[in-house]
Write a protein that binds this ligand. Sequence first.
Ligand code: 5GP
Length: 242
Amino acid sequence: MPEDQKHYATYNDVHNLCKESAKELNQWGINLIIAIGGGGYIPARILRSFMKKDDGSNIPIQAIGLSLYERSAEDSVEEVPGTEVKRLQWLDVDSSMANLIGKNVLIVDEVDDTRTTLKYAVEELKKDVKVAKKQLPPGRSLNGKEKTNEETKFHVFVLHNKKKEKKGELPDKMDKDPKRYHAAVTTGDVWICYPWEAEDIEKHDELAKESPIVAIPAAETESITKESSTTTVQEEPSPKVV
Ligand code: 5GP
């Protein structure tokens, strides 16, 4: 990727975006975070510093690992240039997945690009929770209620949402619900360099001064702010560097 198409986020940028976003996310009654690795791990941990369960305790973080890969023409019977998601790490249906039943779950990733990964994560987690519910021995309960009757509600947080045509659609149109999908920043279709990928963090921070992430102006996000949440850019009349 040519250098002039790269934009840089520093650790401090990420920290402050998480801190700011937690104000909204704290309204959602989240009691479990699922971080999509590798990019969701650090934002998830920072977020936890600014989020608490309703009873004041820390929110547990569970991890899944997903990777997106391009299917090559030889692998494919048809000529489909589509992308596929590979599970590198997943939750155990018998133990960890049962723990999701009845929870308000926040799925965290660093960037919503084509939305393929997020779609996969939400759909597959929903499916597995269903299976886990069926497998629960009778009489297992949560807060005195039958656990099997309790809904699991999924929510999504990303640092950056790229305004572009998405390949994946989230279940229940959750990206159009500002109480279920929150992007700290909506930006254009650019390549974002995150600090945890940097080999030379001092150079990365220097480059961030020259090429920071630019939030797209409110007027241009209007169509998507109606559909999804982009709190940091809604009141800005002109491009904003974040
Ligand atoms: P998706 O296309 O499924 O929304 O994004 C999948 C993954 O591609 C992300 O979790 C991230 O790891 C990677 N990705 C997509 N766009 C970018 C980007 O601009 N910068 C970086 N560093 N990774 C990206």
